[in-house]
Design a protein around this ligand. Sequence first.
Ligand code: SF4
Length: 174
Amino acid sequence: MLLHDYEITKVRRNLCNPEWIVSTAELSDDISEVFPYLNAVVKNAVYTPEAQNFNFKMDAGAISLMPREMIVGQVTCEEDAIKVLDYVKKVINDTWERRTRITPIYERKEEIKAKDILDFLPKTDCRDCGLPACFAFAVALLKGQKRLSDCPALSKVEFAQDKEALARLLQTVA
Ligand code: SF4
């Protein structure tokens, strides 16, 4: 077993859609070695090896994995977040058990797109960055025309992890 346990350390409301919550869990073990194997078996996954970040979506929620952290978003309550966390833990351990029969993929399967950046932005379209919408800001970030510090909302405590994830994503573009 690669991942033995997790502990939920933070739960916050999604500011764009208050019906959703975002749960952050600290992992008992470093799961980075499973990422290339997950990349081979999980459809539509976005793996960024340089940033050690693995993102994917399921009907039940959106998942972001880092070596010692799992973030579950787009769920309506903590009970649902726990169901997703347990399911992903099982996927991680099942994939790790089967790894000798899986051909790992060590590279990102697709180029980073503006929508990948948008996933980590506040999505309030507040225009404080001088652009008409968060999507426009995502495009400008990708082109190097804006910096993360140009979005004041990203400096708020509740977006600290999103900002870190964005910094890692953008490093790979640079
Ligand atoms: S300042 Fe941030 S939250 Fe506001 S529109 Fe720009 S990117 Fe979106």
